[in-house]
Design a protein around this ligand. Structure first.
Ligand code: PLP
Length: 409
């Protein structure tokens, strides 16, 4: 089958990292769920700020500061357009998904939850969407109500409904599992939550880079995502939340930029979203993330999704055809992420040997310890595809995997 509508040669030529050789082999990078390589438009945008108009934002009257502020706020608009936010003030810059969830937990959670209130989570959450709630649980005496995962790695809507009670105040759910690839039916979950007056926060770290995202159509209250998993820089990400919700939330960190006026008697706060952005922000990161979303839009997120589904089917076919390989999870609706085990070989050994063959995969618990426990495994090997990967690379990966398995005998 052809690689759909993406011009893969042109796309691949945008990534300097793909020219690298690793252990004298051409690099095959299959660890995109951990972080993606950065394409030239992103590198150029970051270098443009760092080289040509380095200045702090929102603070000075001089030309460089005006240019930096325009680029920085322009990036916010680009990200808002990318996820179809109704206004760009709904985008709050954070360091990434983890910080976005911590912001929401501290600000919204800290001011809306009290003892005995329940937060609905799932077994497939990343630690970033577990530990902030546990910290709040300790502080406020909350109950974490965890929805189980079925053997095939899915969670039916019924399971979510069964776990929504009169005390449930928040459903904090991963959109797409970073381990199983499972894509949860977030529109249905949000609709059920809304009917019951439950606020919804989606961990969209593994969803936003891989297909069209329309926060208004999904009907959620908030989502969190990271720049570095969507071809942008590290150290930048977003909390998106409905404007009224952000308006109702107190600031969570104090300092410069988040204030309107400061006196020792009384301090008043800036408007949304700046009231959540204390201190000098990651300006180059924001500009780089804005460039990443503009670049992704130019490719077309439907085309990205179609290509990645094609890669997923190819990878599943290859792995299913191998003796001793067991794939964890079999969700019908899933992203291009595959966790697997090879009978008799520890995932870390697999990862290390594949690295010697130039193939970068991830091994370990993937920051999803409860999910590992659920499937009774300490770790898995995981391949995760990006929009620039090819079926030829997957064939090479499979060849090299077979060679590694043969070495272990
Ligand atoms: N949530 C999911 C589903 C993830 O896959 C990750 C990272 O792997 C995170 C949250 C945390 O992202 P970050 O480390 O960029 O904050």
């Amino acid at each position: 089958m052809p690689d759909r509508t993406l011009d893969l040669d042109a796309i691949r030529s945008e990534f300097p990292l793909l020219e690298r050789r690793v252990h004298e082999q051409p690099l095959i990078y299959l660890d995109n769920a951990a972080t993606t390589p950065r394409p030239r438009p992103v590198l150029d945008a970051v270098a443009g700020f760092e080289t040509n108009f380095t200045a702090n934002v929102h603070r000075a009257v001089h030309e460089l500061s005006a240019e930096a502020t325009d680029a920085y706020e322009g990036a916010r608009k680009a990200v808002a357009t990318f996820i179809n936010a109704s206004r760009h003030e709904e985008i709050v810059w954070t360091r990434g998904t983890t910080e976005a969830i911590n912001l929401f937990a501290n600000s919204w959670g800290g001011s809306n939850l009290s003892e005995g209130d329940e937060i609905l989570l799932t077994v497939m959450e990343h630690h970033a969407n577990i530990v902030p709630w546990q910290l709040l649980q300790e502080r406020l005496g909350l109950v974490l109500n965890v929805v189980p995962v079925a053997d095939d790695g899915t969670i039916g809507l019924d399971a979510f409904l069964e776990h929504m009670t009169d005390r449930t105040k928040l459903a904090a759910v991963t959109w797409t599992s970073n381990v199983l690839g499972t894509i949860n039916d977030v529109a249905a979950i949000c609709s059920a939550a809304r009917e019951r007056g439950i606020t919804t926060l989606l961990d969209a770290a593994q969803a936003v880079p891989h297909g069209p995202v329309d926060v208004q159509a999904i009907g959620c209250d908030a989502i969190a995502f990271s720049g570095h998993k969507m071809y942008g820089p590290t150290g930048i990400g977003c909390l998106w939340a409905r404007h009224e919700l952000l308006e109702s939330m107190p600031p969570w960190q104090g300092g410069g930029d988040m204030i309107e006026k400061v006196t020792f008697e009384r301090t008043t706060y800036n408007d949304v979203p700046w009231k959540f952005e204390a201190g000098t922000p990651n300006i180059s990161g924001a500009i780089g993330l804005g460039a990443a979303t503009t670049w992704l839009r130019s490719l077309g997120m439907d085309a990205v999704s179609a290509h990645e589904q094609h890669l997923l089917l190819h990878a599943l076919k290859l792995l299913r055809g191998m003796d001793r390989v067991r794939i964890i999870g079999d969700a019908p609706h899933r992203a291009a992420v595959v966790s697997f085990l090879v009978d008799g070989i520890h995932p870390h050994d697999l990862g290390t040997f594949l690295d010697r063959h130039g193939v970068a995969i991830r091994t370990g618990h993937h920051c999803a310890w409860p999910l590992m426990d659920r499937f009774g495994v300490p770790a898995t090997a995981r391949i995760s595809m990006g929009l620039y990967n090819t079926t030829e690379e997957l064939d090479e990966f499979a060849d090299r995997l077979v060679r590694v398995i043969d070495v272990f005998g």
